[in-house]
Ligand binder design. Sequence first.
Ligand SMILES: [Zn+2]
Length: 319
Amino acid sequence: MTPPPITIDLAYRGIPEAAASFLFRTEDGPVLVESGPSSTLPTLQAALVAASVDPTSIRAVILTHIHLDHAGAAGWFADHGADVHVHPFGVRHLADPAKLNASARRIYGDALDHLFGEMHACPANRIHPSEDGEVVRYGRHEFTAIETPGHARHHHAWSIPLDDGRTCFTGDVAGMRVPGTDHPILPLAPPEFDPDAWNASLDRIDALGFDSLQLTHFGRVDDPGAHLERVRAQLAWETALAIRLVDDAAIDQPQRVAAYRADLHARAAANGVPVAARTTYLDDGGISMNLGGVKRYLKTSRSEPTKADHGSTGVFPTN
Ligand SMILES: [Zn+2]
């Protein structure tokens, strides 16, 4: 028996369906996919207790990547004996998050504490780097790592066969989704956003023919092919828009942000996203972050052949 996971709404910043952690009860003990940020650890702990799971009994935490909203709280579970599975590029920042936390603190200042909280360090002996294709087993549950760069270089999706079909935990590579709609939102996060790599990752997931996807932001998708097609279209449209604005020397940054926001809202409105949901889910920091991600991508891609070094994992931002 491998029933579907319990999807835990972390109520990130008090917003429903903004960030998830997923719980499996395996024969080897409870396993989480994504820990969420440190700021929602009390919510996650309470949800586990409500599901009759002692938070200190979590056997493993499987991470898609180490941005704060996915992995910030993993170290707390590792401190209590959980094994943590992560892309090899993420290992050193989990073991020693001082640089990551300092960089997040520089960006967010005091707001970091209520936004994400700092990354909790993982004991090094609890961290298990997973290569592409590696299978992690707990009881009858077999999680397979699928390297899926584009949002971040150190990004894995994780596939698992379940009683109701094959599903895939897509982290951020299959985008986010405004609750109650089909509309995708994309975190084009610096410093590792790469639209070509992202498209290749979408193709890779699509080709695997999953029965469902599980989005960290947020929840189960039952039409993977159609969803991935919407993400592809949004990625192409939004990258082109951001490049045009970043390259427009005639406007200043506030004008750039305003223009980007107006176009994002118009597209979401055309896809049936009500104004309240647009304000809640589109405006939240992602607009200037996305412009920063595209700016960084252009700088890197236009300075070929001096590519950014591959071992260095971007430590922020956090989506
Ligand atoms: Zn995220």
